[in-house]
Design a protein. Sequence first.
Length: 95
Amino acid sequence: MAYINRDLEEKIKSASEEYACILITGARQVGKSTVLKQLMDGLNETESQLINMRYFQEKTQTEVAKTLGISQVQVSRLEKKLLLQMRNAIDNKSN
């Protein structure tokens, strides 16, 4: 089983509830963790761009929307969905 940083794991688990810059905080503390890399590798190009822009480039949802050519509401919904998927993936790895 891949190494899972418990601090990052807990932050991603709570991200779907808190829904703000939690993922980047954990990623900066850990660097490129195995779990984060695996999660990012599982995303399609648009999803990966969204996470990178929001949590590594610290762009607003409006800025991401303009870059991706979608609405801010779509960014918000997709971001929430992705954070929940990442949380569930970590939950499954923990069990």
